[in-house]
Design a protein around this ligand. Structure first.
Ligand code: ZN
Length: 82
C-alpha cells in the first residue's frame, strides 16, 4: 500500500518536473526574443509611423497613402469625412 503511494508520488513529481521544464523552455523562447525587438522596432521600424487624423492612434503608414489623410481604420476614415 505504501509502495503504491511512493510510486504515485514519484510519477507525479516526474510529471511536474517535465511540465516545469517545458514551461520554462516555452517562457524562454517567447519572452526573450520578444523583449529585444520591442524596443528596437520602435526606433528602427520597418515602416514609418503616422498618426490617425481622427483618433490620434499611431500606426504603420499604409503604402501609397498621403500623410495628411492617414487613418488607422476604415471606420475612422468614414467618421472623419462624415
Ligand atoms: Zn483612428
Amino acid at each position: 500500500m505504501l509502495l503504491r503511494w511512493v510510486i504515485l508520488l514519484i510519477l507525479v513529481w516526474l510529471a511536474v518536473e517535465i511540465l516545469m521544464r517545458r514551461l520554462r523552455r516555452l517562457l524562454d523562447s517567447t519572452a526573450s526574443p520578444r523583449a529585444v525587438p520591442r524596443g528596437s522596432q520602435e526606433a528602427v521600424g520597418p515602416r514609418e509611423l503616422v498618426r490617425c487624423a481622427r483618433c490620434g492612434v499611431h500606426f504603420p503608414r499604409p503604402p501609397g497613402r498621403s500623410d495628411d489623410e492617414a487613418f488607422c481604420s476604415e471606420e475612422c476614415r468614414r467618421a472623419f469625412h462624415r
